[in-house]
Design a protein around this ligand. Sequence first.
Ligand SMILES: Cc1cc2nc3c(=O)[nH]c(=O)nc-3n(C[C@H](O)[C@H](O)[C@H](O)COP(=O)(O)O)c2cc1C
Ligand code: SF4
Length: 424
Amino acid sequence: MENMHRPLTQNIRPDRLFATLADYESTGGYQGLRRALSELQPKEVQQWVKDSGLRGRGGAGFSTGLKWSLVPMDDGRRPRYLIANGDEMEPGTFKDRLLLERDPHQLIEGVIIASYAIQASVAYIFLRAEYHLAARRIEHALQEARAKGYLGGRVLNSDFSLEIHLHTSAGRYICGEETALINSLEGKRAHPRTKPPFSVISGLWGKPTVVNNIETLCNVPHIIRNGIDWYKGLSRGVDHGTKLFGASGRVKRPGLWELPMGTPIREILEDHAGGMQDGFKLRGLLPGGASTDFLLPEQLDLPMEYDAVMKAGSRMGTGTMIILDDRTCPVKMVLNLEQFFAQESCGWCTPCRDGLPWTVTLLQDIIDGRGRPEDLDTLSRHTRMMGPGNTFCALAPGAMEPLQSALKFFRADFERYITGAGGG
Ligand SMILES: Cc1cc2nc3c(=O)[nH]c(=O)nc-3n(C[C@H](O)[C@H](O)[C@H](O)COP(=O)(O)O)c2cc1C
Ligand code: SF4
């Protein structure tokens, strides 16, 4: 029986094993694909997904149906490609891993329906290098799907054929950026491409290509199977559907939960994550992975949805929160994050290649007692120089988000190190 309120995680087993093909089919699995192929034209599938209000779960929240509708369908350019982005290297983010490891057929059905919608004949699942268990389970599930006629030539005896290849990354954060991912799939150095042209027009090997996040694609079978109104009804807010929300840090029960879009942060932290551990107080949180701005305890009643979090000065990003407690130094936390971003800079553009290591040096100097008062202005200037529009991709602007908000909200912590009053 299908769990209508928790569609994405209904098949997740408590024993950490994965949902078999039989498990998946027993809750309505592959019925969405049957419906798409027998009742809907590709453009109708695009329209359904657009009308459902599904927004990309990879971080930016772009309308999924709108993205699909930008693929030129009538100019005869083939093949078209669909890529499922499972790179998931954002610090603090582990939501796609759950879906990949524990319910691989849900993703495969989503990839097939999305490929049908844009008439792609080849799809790739691009997987983070370390996700070995997911790789084994997906490979196995792909074989099962082929054997059952869900995949391959003439899917379910229709005119639509599709092959899906699993590709494991060589292991860099930049490979999650969609055009760097495409370069990497082509066997080139993984640096981002100039946009425009956008991937939907000229992507993999110069052909129209849609790149979607794993969680995004996992929503698609449920929308097609149960309809637009059902999907809209899952939400508590303006954005539709459910979302995997997570919390890590000093909460009592760190983890992941599938909840209605628009669930307030307070409810996620207090009811699901169990509140702060004894002896720790909440000082702030990064709502959607490492590359989002801090929010403060007085903002806990914000609903977790794209525009509301943006209006409050941050981004929903991946929806997996990193909690800052009152015994963790925010300066050291930001240094830790900037070390990651500096190491992962692909080096393609100067502000990021040179600016991120400088940011790390300045933060380290401040923590080591070598900071000067003017360093805080230099750091602020860095956040502007690596802000949106000044770099080739969003890695550097994302890296600046925790820093710029820490300088605003936790300035006294930086100053204590500089004046020698003690920090950390
Ligand atoms: C540095 C960087 C890393 C990224 N990593 C990922 C990732 O691991 N997974 C992902 O889905 N999107 C990632 N993105 C966003 C992708 O470029 C792209 O927007 C996304 O895959 C589109 O899917 P969606 O529309 O379904 O959200 C990253 C972006 C940047 C700038
Ligand atoms: S911003 Fe950084 S990661 Fe992105 S292209 Fe420039 S150097 Fe590479």
